[in-house]
Design a protein around this ligand. Structure first.
Ligand code: FAQ
Length: 326
């Protein structure tokens, strides 16, 4: 080994030790800090998937903006869907600090190479789906994402703080839609229950595979990106839903659901993991539609990107000219 090789290795060991210290102290890694390549890649993977989920996640609810039952409902839904776009943008920006471009991430998504949350591959045939998405999907998102506010990577954790505040409003608006329907006619009650029946199991799958089939968990937990396991968060979510379902007057569609006092866990029926893996493989009910819509939006937005880039070039040239004159 040459002296310069040895010096490189020593510098790397020192950087790794500093990284380990920051993680152990529950402090934050910032974009300019040295980080192991695998940590960087894991974050890009998770943050990009998360960003894609927010952007694709606009579609199921976007489907109801023109058909919301009142002006007030329409304004609320429009604001919610716009919030999801904002979440996508913060998250893409956070991922960009790790050395990937927005264009690369977008290309991976429209090429069908990137994952996004399984939950957005289900259809929204009735207005009650807006309630069920808010209550169950945003509810699951909050359970999963509040711990991410403490993620060890600074830009991700900070983005999550604002996202969680907005998700919490989203969840309440979904609960309120369902409550209104449950206080309505029998047909409205049936519609609400039907939506809960369809979204309940997919919302449990949002937390990811069971712990013993989760290849990324151990490392992400050691790096303090993940703070709780997939199964623990799923349990926490069920615990949050049970009293809320009672308040709503809806039934959670699991005849086996009960508190197992001995093991201090919710006992549930077996989750149909084959359905989850089918959706991940691109064979869910709405995968093809969601991706095609995203591709079409990307193509039809090309002129906006070109115009924005041309404007930025003109502005840059103008300020260069002004600097030279000054
Ligand atoms: N869907 O080893 P693990 C929202 C993949 S945002 C698809 O356990 P990890 C707001 C996983 O990527 C919802 N794929 O992975 C909203 C991995 O594949 P890979 C999105 C999934 O990362 C509301 C493989 O399975 N939230 O709802 C899913 O440690 C309403 C093995 O899994 C986030 O992204 C899934 N459900 O844990 C918007 C939160 N689960 O990459 C609009 C941030 C797992 O190795 C309307 N992400 N996979 O090829 C996370 O917390 C984690 O990434 C997990 C998965 C917990 C999702």
């Amino acid at each position: 080994m040459t002296a310069s090789d040895a010096a490189v290795l020593a510098a790397e060991a020192e950087a790794q030790a500093r990284f380990d210290e920051i993680i152990a102290a529950d402090s934050r890694i910032e974009p300019r800090d040295w980080m192991p390549e695998a940590y960087r890649k894991t974050l890009i993977r998770q943050i990009a998937q998360h960003a894609h989920s927010e952007i694709i996640g606009m579609q199921p609810e976007g489907n109801w903006i023109t058909r919301a039952p009142s002006l007030k409902r329409k304004a609320i839904l429009l604001a919610k869907v716009q919030d999801e776009a904002g979440h996508g943008l913060y998250l893409y920006s956070a991922a960009q600090t790790l050395g990937i471009t927005r264009e690369e991430m977008t290309q991976q998504l429209i090429d069908g190479k990137a994952k996004y949350s399984s939950i957005f591959n289900y259809p929204t045939p009735t207005w009650a789906d807006m309630g069920a998405i808010g209550w169950l999907v945003d509810g699951a998102a909050i359970c999963n994402q509040v711990p991410l506010c403490r993620a060890s990577y600074g830009p991700y954790g900070r983005a999550m703080v604002r996202i969680c505040k907005e998700e919490s409003f989203h969840q309440r608006q979904g609960f309120e839609i369902l409550l209104t329907l449950m206080r309505g006619t029998e047909a409205q009650q049936r519609m609400a229950q039907d939506a809960v029946n369809r979204w309940y199991w997919p919302s449990l799958m949002m937390f990811g595979p069971p712990d013993d089939e989760s290849p990324n968990s151990a490392r992400s937990t050691a790096w303090k990106i993940k703070r709780f396991s997939n199964d623990d968060l799923r349990q926490r979510f069920i615990g949050m839903l049970v009293p809320q379902a009672e308040a709503l007057g809806v039934t959670l569609p699991d005849p086996e659901l009960r508190w197992d006092a001995e093991n201090e866990r919710w006992h549930t029926s077996e989750i149909d993991w084959s359905e989850f893996y089918e959706v991940l493989a691109g064979r869910g009910p709405m995968n093809a539609v969601r991706l095609q819509n995203r591709r079409d939006a990307h193509e039809s937005g090309a002129w906006v990107r070109e115009a924005a880039a041309a404007y930025a070039r003109t502005q840059a040239a103008r300020s260069d000219g002004e600097r030279q004159v000054a």
